[in-house]
Each structure stands twice: as structure tokens, then as C-alpha cells.
Design a protein. Structure first.
Length: 158
């Protein structure tokens, strides 16, 4: 047996491994604000809340509600979430922590929500990188997109 190495772990490491709770972290550079993680979270540890004025919203995380089930990590299309099994006693009674904040893009025609600014900007960047032109309907809601398509059609005279 090698006397210089120990196979033991610290008490803190053991408690973290045995913790029934988890901690979600988010890579803001990848997140599009789609909120699928919120919809998938069975405990409400992840939630969306309005953040004041100007159509700003926040994705918040509550440590005391996270059971480290990893459903949020699995559903995330951008793979920007990570989960660590950890017990942070000082966070159990703390309020929810903001892990993402963005604005809502509203339809240029009717004002209905279209998506998050990060999502629209991500689509724009992908289209430009692919050498494609930006469609005029990019910031329109589904109803207004259909109306815009039909406006370009000439009536059929019979």
C-alpha cells in the first residue's frame, strides 16, 4: 500500500455526495431563456419570475427545493445547465437566486410575446453565420407571420 496516498474523503465531500439536495448552475453564454428546465422541474426549484419593468424576466433557483433529479439538465436543448449534488446549509433559508435574466421580444405587429431576446439573437446569429438573409417575420408572433405571408398573395380571380 502506498503510504503517500489516502483513499479517504473529507467529511464535507462525503456530506456533499450524500446530500439529498442539488445546486444548478447555468452558462449564460449558451442559455436562450426557453424555460424548458422550469417546465420540467418537478419541485419548483427552478422558476421564472418577472423582473420589474420593460418585459424583463428572471430564471431563479431555490436550493432548498432542488432534489438533484437532473431532469432540468437532461431537457435543456442548449446544454447550458449543470447540476452538483451539494448541501449548502446557509442557502436553505435563503431566497431564490437569479441565474439568468433577459427581456421578452414582442411581436412587431401586435405586441404579443415572441420569445426571449437571447433566443431571437441566437437565431439571428445562426442565420448570419450560415450566410442566409434575415426574414422580415423573425420578430413576429405565429399569427402575424401567417397574416404577413397571406398579404403577399394576389387574390385569385375566377
Amino acid at each position: 500500500m502506498d503510504k503517500g496516498k489516502s483513499n479517504s474523503i473529507s467529511r464535507r465531500e462525503f456530506l456533499n455526495m450524500a446530500s439529498p439536495l442539488g445546486k444548478v448552475t447555468l452558462d449564460n453564454s449558451k442559455c436562450t431563456g426557453c424555460s424548458l428546465c422550469v417546465l420540467e422541474c418537478p419541485t419548483g426549484a427552478l422558476d421564472v419570475s418577472p423582473a420589474g419593468e420593460n418585459d424583463t424576466y428572471q430564471l431563479v433557483f431555490k436550493h432548498s427545493l432542488c432534489l438533484a433529479c437532473s431532469l432540468c439538465v437532461e431537457i435543456c436543448p442548449e446544454k447550458c445547465l449543470s447540476l452538483e449534488r451539494v448541501l449548502e446549509l446557509d442557502k436553505l433559508s435563503a431566497p431564490a437566486v437569479v441565474i439568468f435574466e433577459d427581456t421578452v421580444v414582442r411581436c412587431a405587429e401586435c405586441g404579443e410575446p415572441v420569445g426571449s431576446r437571447a433566443m431571437v439573437d441566437g437565431i439571428t446569429a445562426r442565420l448570419i453565420a450560415a450566410g442566409q438573409s434575415l426574414p422580415a417575420e423573425l420578430e413576429l408572433c405565429p399569427s402575424c407571420k401567417v397574416k404577413a405571408q397571406f398579404k403577399s398573395w394576389e387574390p385569385i380571380v375566377g
